[in-house]
Every structure is written in structure tokens, then in C-alpha cells.
Design a protein around this ligand. Structure first.
Ligand code: SF4
Length: 756
């Protein structure tokens, strides 16, 4: 069913030769990250040393994982590539679209009713194209990947930022936008800037109340929310070896919260134990044979400063439990007195309304067992929980095993709600309030990863603090943010003063994992007769039609759609929030196209002039008027246009509506690539001051578009309302292949043509 041992053996078979070659070329011992990266070059054997933080390199990932929200557009696009099957093993996981409200059974039933068409679509596409499908309730993508697919030394990409979780099993696993996933599914290379490397040496040993979660909360404090940007964080040292595999997963998972490209750990006994416990003894056996290639070279551990761009050291024996938040994951506070002071000073509500345990970050068997040891102690000591408690198991396998072993029963005895094995409150899929916008100020503590405003429940006044599962459980009994379980006592129902002992738990289930229905649906061997299910009148899904190439002759009467003023992120171009519902329906989601961008001429959003009738209106409506008349438009923007998330909708929507070109002072690189992939012109001003020459009624003529070629600027003749003209020189970064995409109408059209 699950993993492909032959593929893994292939990765290992080539590893020695490639890594030895890379070491020779780089001229020094290699870190683990470098070994994995050099073993996954698209061109095979390494031929040159890459400069970290500078060179763009083509890679060949081993796997792809997609979650239900991002998979929709990715798969709709993949269907355009003309392939029978995905080129690389791929799985789809239904976890984001399930709202937590009453409890697992009712919530799953409701999700299956409300998002039925999306799940049906994903299942049918998966079945057709050889993609493994994990049904709603099967679990959260990253926990399922760790249990089934991750393997030491592998490289994977996933359409979710916490794909990095698989670093817990020694992978280089990276979150990407849908467009990147589509490329790899279609058999193309995946490009990444060769990352910088941050080494974290863990000395000492975790004990007592301190958990792997506290390690990453500490790292977040040290590096801050942006400190890992463009880097792989590699953990090593005796403290790393002494930690469970799933604990390593927690640390890697929250690497996303420091902006890291990914995080990883070297292969060790804990990983071997985990592989064996999850019925992958053959992977462990294969990994054991190449063990030396699945960790850094010994010299790296002896003097890490010589091999990493930055080195941090954390003594786990000195680390205590932390609470990070509110509103940012890098604001660390020690439990107890320090929290009392900070909460008082900052007016954080001391009373804790909810404790939430689970999410992809902390929902392993070990996490649940340690938290349940506190829950059991509370029951035994005659305590009741003062905060409400919710549990999101990470997978059906964990849930089933935890239920069999009485762990979930302990939480239920306390009145906790067991939610579906899904994201739920971690992604705002939590029906906590009727009207979240006007909900009261309050605090919650959870073992999730993200805690920015509104993330959990849509309430901007919810102060969310991130903690380990065991600390979350203890705080739920106290109902207070400043409770220190190591020193403080609580009064039980008999009026006695009681104190918690340290949490205990099992790294792995003593009786082994078990599951009845894991929720996996294998694709057909031959999916050619499978029909992809999309209802004609669906408002959430729409099959794509290939974009027509933009003809040169149509670029002589191009109208200005909007001159965006200041920051214009992908959120301004394609807003999230309620629009997420339409992620699989290009025409419907295009009604949010650029509605967040500020019009430079009136400083208003979603209010632009229609040159055809002089009327002002919304950007999508105005653009649709131009499209009806067969007139292409241009969007003009400022610096770093398209920064933010890598969502491909920000390029697909303008393309769908008939925008031919985007001309800006500078691009965010991923967005620039996305525009190229959709067959549009992504141009930059040669002279930034020319931005000021653009006026509201301008018409553009792309005078030399017929000679579009690499390294050759394009000239735009701009005609203003009074008939006067300006000539603007624009630059671009298209290479020959990318000009091919433009000429074919999109990168996918090109792939399809090549396949044909
Ligand atoms: Fe993302 Fe939370 Fe789901 Fe993990 S549990 S995949 S962080 S939404």
C-alpha cells in the first residue's frame, strides 16, 4: 500500500557514489543536508559545488504530498499536462476541510456532507492518475506521511508549509506552492535556491516536564520568526539522539515558524525503532546499510562552526517548559512567575478557556500518552479540568491505538472533546463562536504550531499560547496561564492540596500500533477509464481549459487595469479567508482578483477606471468588461510585487481574466515564476522612475514583442489620454524554455505538447 521500498532502495543505491563525488567537489566534509541535496540533483551526479543562499538548483524529489485545500487547483492543473500518471509517488490527504464542533463522529459526517464534492473530486482524480488518497478522517497529512512515507535521506515536497515535519525521520521535506508540485507530478525538475545551513547542537537530555516542543519553542525565541529564512536547520548532538523520532518531528514541524526552508535530523536508533514500529523494518534495514550517508560526516559534528553558516547550542538538561505567544510563536515565556509578570504587564487574560492537544505538530502516540499521564493523575488526585479540553489525534492509527490503550478514555473521563483526526482548530476550522469577530478577549493554550490572531477560532481577541501537550494538559486543570506544574499545587474536590508528578509516557505503543480502517484508498493500476467527478453546476470546482497563447498582434492596444500602489502581496492579488472555498474554481475565485491592491490614482482598493466607459468599478468586474471586448490589459506595480504565499491563484486569476502582462519595479521571485508558468509577461522597469509616467488612461503597445528573446529588453510605447507618448524600456528574466511557455500559452501547454 504505502511506501515504495524499491524507490527508497534506489535512492540509497546511488547515494554513496553521489555523496562521495559531492564531497570531493565541495572539498570538505559534508553536512547531512548537503548529502541529501547532492543526492537529489535533477542532473544526477554532482558536477559543481553550489553556493549556499545564491545558486538556483534543479532537484528531483522522491515524493509529493498534497492536502485537500491546496490539492484542488494543483490537480486541476496536473490534469492539463496530458499525463496518464503522476511522475513521482504522490498522496492526497483530506484534513483541512473538516470543522471541529461537536466531536469526531458528528463533525466528520457534516464535513462529508458539506465538502462531499471536493472529496469526491480528489478521490476520483487520485484514482485516475495513480495518486494515493487518504480519505477524510484518515489523519493529518504530516502525521500520515511520517507514519507511512517519510524515510531517512529522502527528499519530498508538499503543498503545505508543515511538510517539513518529515525531517523528524531524516528527510529534507519542503513546503511548496501548487505550481511547483504540478511541475514535479508532470515529470519536471523542481528548482530551489541552495539553502544556507544552520546547525543546532543539542547537548544534555530532556527530562521531567521538558518536551521536544520546548526545544523548538526555544529555537524560535533564539532565531525569531524570520531567523531560519532560506536555511535548512540541522539538529545533532547527544540530545538529538536521546529524543524520540516523533519528538524530532515536532521540532522539524515548527521549523516553519522560524521561516526555515526545512529542518532535519541524522538517522539514529530512534528512527530505526519508529520505522520498525510502523511496519517498515525493510526501510530500516536498507537505511542501516547506508547509515554513514544518513548523518553528517564526523568532522562536522566535531567543529560545526566550520561547516554551518550559523551554529546554536542548547543544553536540554537546562531547558524548562515554555509557553510561546500570544500572536507570535517566537515570544517565549517560562512557566510560572515569569508568565505572571508578563501577563499582568501586557494584560493577557490569565484564565485559560481551552486547552487543545494535537494537530500535526504534537499528536503522536508519545504526545498523547504523556498528556494522558497528567490527565490520569488529575483524576486520581480528585481534580477536575477548569479549562475545556479538546484533542485532535494526528491519524486514525494513532487514534485507534490510543483508544485501544485507554488513553482517549482518560481524556473522555475528564469531559474532553475528541475531535476528528484532522486539522480542525489548528486552521480556524473550529466552530467555537457564532460571531467570532465580536467574541470576547480570552486565552487558550494549545500544542499546535501557529498562534497568530484569529488562526484557531477566528476571534481576533483570542490570545493563543503554544506549549507541549503535557503542559497543556496540566494548565487545563489549573485553568490558569501562570500555573507552574513543577512547583504549584491545586486544591482538589475534597479541599486537599495536590501536586502533579512529572509526566510519563511511551515513545511507542507497548503493544504496537493497530488500526482497523486507516482511510487509505489505493489508486487503480490503470486509471484510464476513471471519470473525474466535477458537477457541472459546482461553485467550488471547475475543470480548467488550457490558456490560449497571447498573440503578438493583440498586444498593440493593451489597457491599464490597475497601477498598484505600495505593497502588493499575493494576498492583495488573491485574498484568502472566505475565498478559500473557491480554490478549485478558477472563474469564481477570480472574483477576488486584485481586490486588495491599492489603486495608485485614488488610493482606494477595488476601485479602478474602466477606460471603455470612464466608469469606476471593482477590479474583476472592470477586467471582465475588457475581456468581453477582447482587449488585453496590463497591471503595473511597485517593489517586491507578489511577495507572500506562493499560491498560484495569484497568477492564474489575472491570466484567466485576460491580463497579458505585469510590469513592476521588482518581483517576488516565486510569483514572477508563477506568472511565467501561466504564459504571461512578467516585466520590470529598466528605469524605476518610469513607474511615475504611467497614467490612469494609458494604452500600451508592445512594439517588439515579436522579437521576445532571452536577455533582450522589451520596449513599450505608452499612449496617454492627451495623445502624448512615452517609451518605456522593460527587462525580463525569461530563458528560452520560459519563452516557450509564453508562446504555448502556459508551461502546462508546453508539457502537454511535449508529451504528445
Ligand atoms: Fe497545517 Fe495545522 Fe493541519 Fe498541521 S494541523 S497541516 S499546521 S492546519
Amino acid at each position: 500500500m504505502a511506501f515504495d521500498i524499491d524507490m527508497i532502495k534506489e535512492v540509497y543505491a546511488q547515494m554513496a557514489e553521489r555523496v562521495d563525488k559531492a564531497r570531493e567537489i565541495v572539498g570538505k566534509p559534508l553536512t547531512l543536508s548537503e548529502k541529501i541535496l547532492y543526492n537529489h540533483l535533477w542532473d544526477g551526479m554532482p558536477t559543481k559545488a553550489f553556493t549556499r543562499g545564491k545558486d538556483y538548483v534543479n532537484f528531483a524529489p522522491d515524493r509529493i504530498a498534497c492536502q485537500d485545500a491546496t490539492a484542488q487547483m494543483a490537480l486541476l492543473q496536473f490534469m492539463q499536462a496530458g499525463k496518464d500518471k503522476v511522475a513521482v509517488p504522490t498522496t492526497v490527504h483530506c484534513d483541512h476541510l473538516i470543522q471541529a464542533k461537536q466531536g469526531a463522529k458528528e463533525d466528520l459526517k457534516r464535513a462529508n456532507e458539506t465538502s462531499n464534492e471536493v472529496f469526491d473530486f480528489l478521490e476520483s482524480v487520485s484514482n485516475k492518475y495513480g495518486i494515493g488518497f487518504w480519505a477524510p478522517g484518515a489523519g493529518i497529512i504530516h502525521q500520515v506521511v511520517l507514519e507511512n512515507y517519510a524515510f531517512p535521506g529522502g527528499m519530498m515536497i508538499g503543498t503545505d508549509s508543515h511538510t517539513v515535519n518529515a525531517g523528524g525521520l531524516g528527510m529534507v521535506a519542503i513546503g511548496v506552492g501548487g505550481a511547483d508540485a504540478v511541475d514535479v507530478m508532470a515529470g519536471m525538475a523542481w528548482e530551489l535556491k541552495f539553502p544556507k545551513l544552520i546547525g543546532v547542537r543539542l547537548t544534555g537530555k530532556l527530562s521531567g516536564w521538558t518536551a521536544p516542543k520546548d526545544v523548538i519553542l526555544k529555537v524560535a525565541e533564539i532565531l525569531t520568526a524570520k531567523g531560519g529564512t532560506g536555511a535548512i536547520v540541522e539538529y545533532f548532538g547527544p540530545g538529538a539522539k536521546a529524543m524520540s523520532c516523533t519528538g524530532k518531528g515536532t521540532i522539524c514541524n515548527m521549523g516553519a515558524e522560524i521561516g526555515a526552508t526545512t529542518s532535519t535530523f541524522g538517522y539514529d536508533d530512534s528512527m530505526e525503532r519508529y520505522l520498525k514500529a510502523t511496519e517498515r523494518a525493510d526501510v530500516a534495514e536498507a537505511a542501516n546499510k547506508v547509515r554513514e550517508y544518513l548523518t553528517a560526516d564526523p568532522e562536522v559534528y566535531e567543529s560545526p562552526e566550520e561547516y554551518f553558516d550559523q551554529v546554536i547550542e542548547i543544553n536540554l538538561s537546562e531547558l524548562g517548559p515554555l509557553l510561546n505567544g500570544p500572536f507570535t510563536p517566537d515570544l517565549s515565556t517560562n512557566v510560572g512567575k515569569e508568565m505572571t509578570e508578563k501577563a499582568t504587564k501586557n494584560d493577557w487574560p490569565i484564565q485559560v478557556e481551552w486547552g487543545l492537544i494535537g494537530s500535526c505538530t504534537n499528536s503522536s502516540y508519545e504526545d498523547l500518552s504523556r498528556a494522558s499521564s497528567i490527565a490520569q493523575q488529575g483524576i486520581d488526585k480528585g481534580l477536575k479540568i477548569k479549562s475545556e479540553l479538546g484533542i485532535n489525534p494526528g491519524s486514525e492509527q494513532v487514534r485507534y491505538t490510543a483508544e485501544r490503550d485507554g488513553i482517549l478514555g482518560i481524556f473522555e473521563d475528564l469531559g474532553a472533546k475528541i475531535f476528528t483526526n484532522a486539522c480542525g482548530p489548528c486552521i480556524g476550522q473550529w466552530a467555537r463562536y457564532e460571531d467570532p469577530k465580536n467574541a470576547p478577549k480570552n486565552s487558550i493554550v494549545h500544542s499546535f504550531n501557529r498562534n497568530f490572531a484569529k488562526r484557531a477560532d477566528g476571534n481576533p481577541n483570542t490570545h493563543a499560547f503554544v506549549a507541549s501537550p503535557e503542559l497543556t494538559a496540566a494548565i487545563s486543570f489549573a485553568g490558569r496561564l501562570d500555573f507552574n506544574p513543577m512547583t504549584d499545587t491545586l486544591i482538589n474536590e475534597n479541599g486537599e492540596e495536590v501536586k502533579f508528578e512529572e509526566p510519563t509516557g511511551w515513545e511507542l505503543p507497548p503493544k504496537g500500533f493497530a488500526v482497523e480502517e486507516n482511510g487509505y484508498v489505493a489508486p487503480r493500476e490503470d486509471g484510464s477509464s476513471v471519470e473525474v467527478k466535477v458537477a457541472e453546476d459546482s461553485e467550488r470546482l471547475e475543470l480548467l481549459t488550457p490558456f490560449e497563447p497571447i498573440k503578438d498582434e493583440d498586444l498593440s492596444n493593451v489597457k491599464l487595469l490597475i497601477k498598484a500602489f505600495g505593497k502588493c502581496t499575493t494576498d492583495h492579488i488573491s485574498m484568502a479567508g472566505p475565498w478559500l472555498r473557491y480554490r478549485g474554481h478558477l472563474d469564481n475565485i477570480s472574483n477576488n482578483c486584485l481586490i486588495g491592491a491599492v489603486n495608485a490614482f485614488n488610493k482606494k482598493t477595488n476601485f479602478v477606471k474602466n477606460q471603455l466607459d470612464g466608469e469606476y468599478g471593482g477590479v474583476p468586474d472592470t477586467q471582465r468588461e475588457y475581456k468581453k471586448k477582447g482587449i488585453y490589459t496590463i497591471v503595473v506595480g511597485d517593489h517586491n510585487y507578489g511577495e507572500g504565499s506562493s499560491r498560484e491563484h495569484a497568477a492564474m486569476e489575472p491570466r484567466h481574466l485576460g491580463v497579458a502582462a505585469v510590469l513592476v519595479k521588482s518581483f517576488a521571485r516565486i510569483h514572477e515564476t508563477n506568472l511565467k508558468k501561466q504564459g504571461m509577461l512578467a516585466l520590470t522597469f529598466e528605469n524605476e522612475a518610469d513607474y511615475d509616467k504611467i497614467q490612469e488612461d494609458d494604452t500600451f503597445n508592445f512594439v517588439d514583442i515579436a522579437e521576445f528573446a532571452p536577455d533582450k529588453p522589451l520596449i513599450l510605447e505608452v499612449t496617454h489620454a492627451d495623445g502624448s507618448k512615452d517609451t518605456i524600456k522593460t527587462n525580463h528574466t525569461y530563458n528560452d524554455a520560459q519563452i516557450g511557455w509564453y508562446r504555448e500559452g502556459s508551461a502546462l501547454n508546453m508539457i502537454k505538447k511535449q508529451n504528445a
